[in-house]
Write a protein that binds this ligand. Sequence first.
Ligand code: G6P
Length: 370
Amino acid sequence: ADVSKGEYQDYLEKEIFEQPESIRRAFGNGGRLDRDFGTARLGGIELNGSQIRNIRQAHFIGMGTAMYAGQVGARMMEGLARISSHTLDASELRWSNPIVEDDSVYFALSQSGETLDTLLAVKELQNRGGRVYGIINAVGSTIARACGAGVYIHAGPEVSVASTKAFTGQITSMFLLALSFGRIRHLSPSEGKRLIDALELIPDQINQILAQSAQVQDIARRFKHATSFMYLGRGVSYPIAMEGALKLKELSYLHAEGFSSGNLKHGPLALIDETVPSLFIAPEGDTLDKVISNIQEVKARKGPVITVTNADSRELEELSDALIRVPKCPEILSPLLTIVPLQLFALYLTRELGRNVDQPRNLAKSVTTD
Ligand code: G6P
């Protein structure tokens, strides 16, 4: 690509550091926000009020990082719009004989707009009468054209194979979508305004996280001899655990697994000892107390713990071998903040190991075979 790395060592670093700007573009530099009504306006979603009120199910489909973004989106749609929401692995859709109902709506997520598994899933749904909207970065791409309507995330060209700014752009777009559907359904204007105010703070809050990148680099150095990592979170942080683990495995070739922290004692706990670090995503909110008890379970097995949090908790500080602070925000928006240190951690650990950050072995930026 003819995009310059500028002052950065690699495209990955550049794209991570661009996120304050790319997220701002995803909300149209404010142009997609309606502060007076506490809602968002997305020109590409042409559903009217009564159609939105009648939606019974929302499905988010994609592959890789886009699929994990979809898992965040489903939680946002369920939480803000109270629409029963699910995420599907696009490659599996063709084998599930999907039931497509009139009151379902589908969203296809793709950075490149060229992923064949996602395209084939879109066509399968359309053949069965499904309405599919694209949440896409590459303008005019094959999936964008196949959908014919949707939201462009405007992240700008993403060159590094591991996806970063497209992920946060997709999450921002789905947040706008969930907010706008929510305001037509159950969400109050004051709640909508509160969320818009919080969203507008996110770019600066990411700048604050990026300003602490040296601390994340130190932590990556401390743990560079580990060969297996666990990533754990609950609720909206569960897909962040999955995506954090994906970033590390794609880039460093180390073993990394994401779990819901509730599933810890149903198997993964057997893997824990003093050589296996666990990264806990522990934002302030409904899930925090339960995540703290999961951390205690890991510490009881001598597992090193790295925590990403925005909570003021003495207990968390005492339990964690390393603690990365992110700014405060409503839990529903926390994925936009908590993923950033995990991206940086994967970048720095990979550099420590001397591996190619932008072009990991065996992977392609855009997979056009199925
Ligand atoms: C490839 C890339 C991943 C990406 C996935 C989906 O596997 O290596 O980084 O998440 O495809 O790509 P898309 O362009 O559809 O978002």
